[in-house]
Design a protein around this ligand. Sequence first.
Ligand SMILES: [Zn+2]
Length: 322
Amino acid sequence: MVLIIDNLSFVNRFFALASLVIALSACAGSSSQVDAKNGQITVAASFYPIEEIVHRVGSSHVNVLDLTPAGQGAHDVQLTAKQLNALTHASAVFYLSDGFQPDVEKAVASLPHSVAAVDVLQSVSLLDVVAQLDGTEGTTDGEVLASGKDPHVWLDPANMIAMTTAVTDSLSQLHPEFESDFRQAAQSYIAELQTLGTEIDTKLSTCESPVLVTSHRAFAYLAKRANIRQVAIAGVNPDAEPSTKSLEAITAFAVTHKVSTIFFETLLPADLAKTLADKVGATADLLDPIEGISSEDLAAGASYVSIQRDNLTRLAKGLRCS
Ligand SMILES: [Zn+2]
């Protein structure tokens, strides 16, 4: 009997000691990740829309380490030694898995356990990549995940909301002392995203030609939400002579589906835009996939919501929605 009591108290003491060690190491972990000077938590985000989420939710409590600097493309970003070093001292890194940014994933795989790696792709459901228009030559500009799914989840505000919730939960778990601030900030950001979603649903509800013809097949999630069909075309690039075969295929499609606008990621040179208008009978317009943000847009105070509003205006005009 005595022996059993002794054993029990040993077990209790063992657990008490173990809890103390865990608590102490957790303290040591979080204090090393909070900047001593201004008390901010360093958190990394792998590219623009995610970075905006972390900024908005973390507000003054976080110092966001941008892994894709303004003006750079997200997909082929190469991390610098300085970024890699800063990443190892971060509290968390928010990223998209499944081969979207191979260099970021490689870095994430080698991080110490003190850095929480949060794959926000886990919070949304993925769509298949659409096939490009038959008869167009070359490949469309559009990344595909390793699983064959479409990575452009952020272009539906509903997915931005799901990812915002995932970021909020992770930050709150890591730094419960700021949880109420994180949740309050998230609520106001989510309200803005909900308003944007309602605007999309309203403005794109009735369109004469509900077909989004694009050279960058980034808009599947937005198209699905708005009940619009995304058609990916190849063979028309800002820096190359368009192929006759592609132009013929696009023309036939444009006539059949009453398409009057074709969307590109960058502004087409004037002569190419004219060729397109003459041969295909459609004008060219811009649509921003928000895979990054330009330094000019950032300096001008642009945000995910403002860029999406601009996209929405162009879409409503190009698809002749009322
Ligand atoms: Zn893309």
